[in-house]
Ligand binder design. Structure first.
Ligand code: SER
Length: 318
């Protein structure tokens, strides 16, 4: 039986991943790890155990792992791309010093580890269309630098110490439970909130800026299926390209407008977000994930839009 620790359980991905893991493995087997100031509440607090698990404090990780006999860690602690540019040393401390602590504890207590990478691990010199699994990774953002290092360090712990590390490169993730905090792809979440609230959306990136995006249910499935995959089939580990849809602001706007005809959008480009977005791929080639662990997304832009609007209308009482 799996005993899982989710580090960052109150964040955008963690809040939904913890609940999905509890559904699949049972509430008692999934510990919601948190830091002081971001404690679990409501359903997350009530449906299973919680433990302080701060990646910058190795002892807190060790205590949680020992107490709950953890064998699998989902490490979601990170600063997203835009925030990381204003706090580069904090981004490194959480992303890399923190990862070091997670991997050391995993080595000692024999845990498997999932620490996501991102489309942000690529840079200007990466081929932008159908970006291959194995290609140039020379990002210039601190977020990207920590993500490439995450991939390398995770692979190192696998080859040197046999720690079962696996990961995907997440695209921008669109969700309706917890808001993302400070990423370049956040606009693709915010646009739905604006549409449902009846507000005009101010778009921070230009028309024609394509990035990979994914609806949360597919992102959760990706993480869980990869961790359940037969190890013998995995030729890659850290980290797999995954893809389900790629669009620019015009395409998402037009899709939403089909269901919200009065919806309006205006561009006010944020130079930092634009330059980060321009350095990232337009769309990834996810053949390796499809071949090595049967990755297959369910949602496209249209089906995601229908579901997002329905869920947000219910959530916001609109
Ligand atoms: N959503 C992330 C960001 O925009 C990319 O992985 O920072």
């Amino acid at each position: 039986m799996k005993n899982i620790l989710v580090i960052g359980s109150t964040g955008q991905i963690g809040s939904e991943l913890t609940m999905e893991l509890r559904k699949r493995y049972g509430g008692d087997h999934v510990v919601a790890g948190y830091i002081v100031g971001a404690e679990p509440k409501g359903e997350l607090l009530e449906s299973g155990p919680t433990a302080r698990a701060n990646v910058t404090d190795r002892q807190s990780l060790e205590m949680a792992v020992k107490e709950y006999h953890i064998d699998t860690i989902y490490n979601l602690a990170a600063l997203l791309s835009v925030v990381a540019e204003s706090r580069p040393s904090m981004a490194w401390k959480i992303g890399i010093d923190g990862l070091w602590n997670v991997l050391e504890v995993a080595r000692e207590y024999e845990c498997a580890v999932f620490t996501p990478s991102s489309i942000g691990s690529f840079g200007e010199s990466t081929p932008h269309i159908k970006t291959p699994q194995d290609t140039i990774q020379r990002p210039r953002t601190m977020y990207g630098i920590t993500k490439v290092t995450t991939e390398l360090l995770s692979d190192y712990y696998y080859t040197k110490y046999g720690v079962d590390t696996r990961a995907v490169r997440f695209p921008g993730i669109i969700s309706n439970v917890t808001l993302p905090g400070g990423g370049t792809t956040d606009y693709a979440v915010e646009i739905y909130y604006a549409a449902v609230k009846g507000e005009k959306f101010i778009c921070p990136v230009k028309a024609g800026t394509y990035m990979d995006m994914m609806y949360m249910p597919d992102a959760l499935n990706a993480a869980i299926s990869l961790m359940e995959a037969a190890p013998a089939r995995l030729k890659h580990r850290n980290a797999f390209n995954i893809a389900s849809m790629s669009f620019d602001p015009e395409e998402i706007y037009k899709t939403i407008k089909k269901y919200v005809p009065d919806f309006e959008m205006e561009y006010q480009v944020d130079p930092l977000k634009q330059s980060i977005a321009d350095s990232w791929p337009d769309c990834l080639d996810d053949t390796c994930a499809r071949e090595e662990w049967d990755w297959k997304p369910q949602y496209d832009l249209e089906s995601m839009t229908v579901d997002m609007l329905e869920k947000l209308r219910a959530k916001l009482g609109k």
